[in-house]
Design a protein around this ligand. Structure first.
Ligand code: PLP
Length: 385
């Protein structure tokens, strides 16, 4: 059987492979994929059941039920000072599909996409699916803030999109206003699209979350978001994009052919989530704040590793370069020896082979147990040196 060239441009996702490997161990502490153990709030589940029981079991309009699009646009406007309406929204099967249809609608063969590292690998994979080339920026000024000059230098006549993700998966870094303004200026100056993935906007710890939507001209911005993380709704598969009407019209053409519409009971669940967004997402944030603090405290006790406490998301990105091991070898040894599953940093860009990522999506006792095993592993490594 000969598979398509497109099927060959990407391999299986490393993160998913590790997640499957972790399942083979009985007593594993699994810090692999970003899937919170928290159940979706009962009232959100009830809204989906009610929708299904009252006949909302058929296709909706392609871009989603009007009430949900309306609620999404209002929520963005309240929090980002924008002026979107329901006509600027496409509801999708998670932010993953929103990103997919946006890349599909915009990229031509040979187009370049600037991706700020460390980065969610799907940006690069999707770019490749549509014949584009990802240009990775992994030069930093402070923390994980990419060097603006390096971004400017990477722009060519083929550049079409800059992808940013803040709060960032995997680093937990939040870009500040100055950086976001500089990126928006670049997009406006060169007529580029900003793909702004804000999936972790509700999970911030020590600082407010600034959005580039405040600075970027509307016709240059495609904003992506999801119900997965903020409302512990990964399995419901609802996300969206917000953009000007031309982008909306063109992405809907893709969406019609891939999905028709997002799951309708899930859209009603998402509507309920937004109606009481502050109550539901604050609960999720409180849980993750406690977990993050425990994680930071426990990690701080371990010698020879370095990390910046995550400002947002539920990930910690840990520098393990002192061990001298590459991130894959480290990860596989840690899993085998201590049954602690993490993701190798190489999954987030070639510059991060001295890192691992931990998703702290489990309760505090398990976090303490997992980090204590991780510490034991590190200590053993250095005792034998
Ligand atoms: N963007 C980022 C940065 C992510 O980490 C994820 C999921 O882990 C997504 C998008 C996709 O989220 P979903 O498709 O569940 O909405």
């Amino acid at each position: 059987m000969e598979f398509s060239d497109t099927s060959k441009v990407v391999g299986p996702l490393l993160a998913r492979q590790l997640y499957m490997m972790a399942k083979e161990y009985d007593n594993v502490v699994d810090f692999t994929i970003g899937d919170p153990d928290i159940p979706t709030d009962a009232a959100i589940c009830q809204a989906a059941c009610d929708a299904a029981m009252t006949g909302h079991t058929r296709y909706s309009a392609n871009a989603g039920i009007p009430e949900l699009k309306d609620a999404i646009s209002k929520r963005i406007n309240e929090t980002r000072g924008t002026d979107y309406t329901a006509n600027n929204i496409v509801t999708t099967i998670g932010a993953t599909e929103a990103l997919f249809i946006a890349f599909m609608a915009l990229l031509n063969k040979g187009d370049e996409v600037i991706v700020l590292a460390p980065y969610w690998i799907q940006y690069e994979n999707m770019t490749k699916f549509f014949g584009g080339k990802a240009i990775i920026i992994d030069k930093f000024t402070k923390g994980f803030e990419p060097d603006i000059q390096a971004i400017r230098d990477a722009i060519s006549p083929k550049t079409k999109i800059i992808v940013i993700n803040s709060p960032n998966n995997p680093s937990g870094y939040i870009y500040d206003d100055g950086f976001l303004k500089a990126i928006a200026d670049i997009a406006n100056e060169f007529g580029l699209f900003i793909f702004d993935d804000e999936c972790y906007d509700a999970l911030t710890y020590e600082q407010e979350f600034p959005s580039i939507a405040r600075y970027c001209d509307k016709e240059h911005l495609v904003l992506f978001n999801s119900f997965s993380k903020a409302f512990a709704m990964t399995g419901w598969r609802v996300g969206y994009l917000a953009a000007d009407e031309e982008v909306v019209t063109n992405t809907i053409k893709m969406h019609q052919n891939i999905a028709i519409c997002a799951s309708v009971p899930s859209q009603y669940a998402a509507l309920e989530a937004l109606r009481h967004a502050d109550t539901y997402s604050v609960r999720v944030r409180e849980i993750f704040t406690r977990r993050r603090n425990v994680l930071v405290e426990e990690l701080s006790k371990i010698p020879h590793i370095h990390f910046v406490p995550p400002a947002g998301t539920f990930y910690a990105f840990i520098d393990i370069s002192e061990t001298g091991m590459d991130s894959r070898t480290f990860t596989f040894s840690l899993l085998k020896e201590e049954q602690v599953a993490v993701i190798p940093g190489i999954a987030y860009g070639n510059a991060f082979d001295g890192y691992i990522r931990l998703a702290f999506t489990m309760n505090e006792n398990l976090i303490v147990e997992g980090i204590s095993r991780f510490g034991r592993f590190i200590n053993r490594l250095f005792e034998s040196k």
